[in-house]
Design a protein around this ligand. Structure first.
Ligand SMILES: [Zn+2]
Length: 348
């Protein structure tokens, strides 16, 4: 780490946090119609020494829970005592959706399509505006934590604009095997942050409304890796070297050719071959069997977890890499290093 400079006092939501202090700040949100107050909780850790200011956010989609747990573990990590710069942790951005166990806001809007928002806009637009004004505007870098949708699991992966050199550098440092060069979505936090000049990563792992231990551990390790590469934490020399991640050349969903009940036993990260049977769709009574065949080879990076499917439904997300075999090996290594040995190990 470079020679330390003393940090300065920071201010979030009108609360000041001196160097060497941490504080929980509640940003007021639209109150509930029961007339109860509601707020977005934020924890700020301000290091003694100066450095970048990183926000880590989760549950912009209110049912995506792995990130909430990643932030809980991050805030309790012993390394936080040696933090340089400022960490701004927002474990639940979409508090309304979190309360309803829903991806959306009560008006059915998607908060991650409502950025940068306006002060006088929709409920989603107002929350987006608050987040931009009170969090993003004060930060230099960001990581937003997501999961797959309900009944859909994602292999731990980073989605980022890899054409931006700083973003690509952070994406590589995160240390998951798979990177997706994702174009910016209209109205997403990632787009709004990039337009404000804040490089931002989006991490995906696991499925909505569930905890997935490997995705949580991979996400926590990734955030710590980014803190290290930014010089906000000391580099750990003994840390296991993670192989360089691989960027997917393209990806596509294999859809159900028929409605029915899907049988499949594929694990995320598996290498699939062109023409391989990924699953079989059957009917509860009729003598019907319909194979779901991979139209191209690649690595399974997402899949449905619900066996009840309609024709046309997205079942298997297959990404193509220049070297599919090496990605499959890296994913296997990730599972081996992060999977809990015993179920009772899982409670941390
Ligand atoms: Zn999401």
């Amino acid at each position: 780490m470079a020679k330390a400079r003393t940090n300065h006092t920071v201010s979030f939501g009108g609360t000041t946090v001196a160097p060497g202090q941490r504080a929980i700040i509640n940003l007021p949100l639209a109150r509930l119609y029961t007339y109860d107050d509601l707020s977005m909780p934020v924890e700020v850790i301000n290091g003694r020494q100066a450095g970048p200011c990183l926000f880590v956010s989760a549950a912009i989609h209110g049912d995506e829970l792995n990130g909430v747990e990643i932030i809980r573990r991050l805030l309790r990590h012993s390394a936080m005592r040696r933090l340089r710069g400022t960490l701004v942790a927002v474990p639940v951005v979409n508090v309304h959706g979190f309360l309803h166990r829903s991806r959306y806001l009560p008006d059915r809007r998607d908060l991650n399509r409502s950025f940068p928002g306006t002060e006088r806009g929709s409920l989603a637009g107002r929350i987006a505006n608050l987040f931009m004004r009170e969090i993003v505007a004060h930060c230099t870098h960001g990581i937003d934590l997501h999961t797959g949708a309900v009944h859909r699991e994602n292999l731990p992966q980073i989605r980022a604009d890899l054409d931006d050199p700083t973003t690509a550098w952070l994406a590589n440092a995160f240390g998951v095997p798979v990177l997706i060069n994702a174009t910016l979505r209209d109205g997403s936090l990632r787009e709004a942050a990039m337009e404000s000049g804040i490089p931002m990563l989006l991490y995906e792992g696991g499925e909505a409304l569930r905890f997935d231990e490997v995705s949580i551990r991979a996400g926590l390790r990734g955030v710590l890796n980014v803190l290290r590469v930014l010089g906000m934490l000391p580099v750990v020399r003994s840390a296991q070297r993670t192989p360089a991640p691989v960027v997917a050349r393209s990806s596509s969903w294999v859809r159900a050719p028929e409605s029915g009940v899907l049988r499949s036993a594929l694990r995320l990260g598996t290498r699939v071959h062109k023409g391989q049977t990924l699953g079989i769709i059957t009917a509860p009574l009729m003598d019907m069997e319909c194979k779901v065949v991979a139209p191209a080879g690649g690595i399974l990076i997402g899949q449905t977890r619900l066996p009840l499917v309609h024709e046309g439904e997205a079942l298997f997300h297959v990404a193509r890499f220049t070297s599919n075999d090496s990605v499959a090996e890296q994913v296997e290594a990730l599972h081996e290093s992060l999977a809990p040995a015993q179920p009772e190990d899982e409670v941390i």
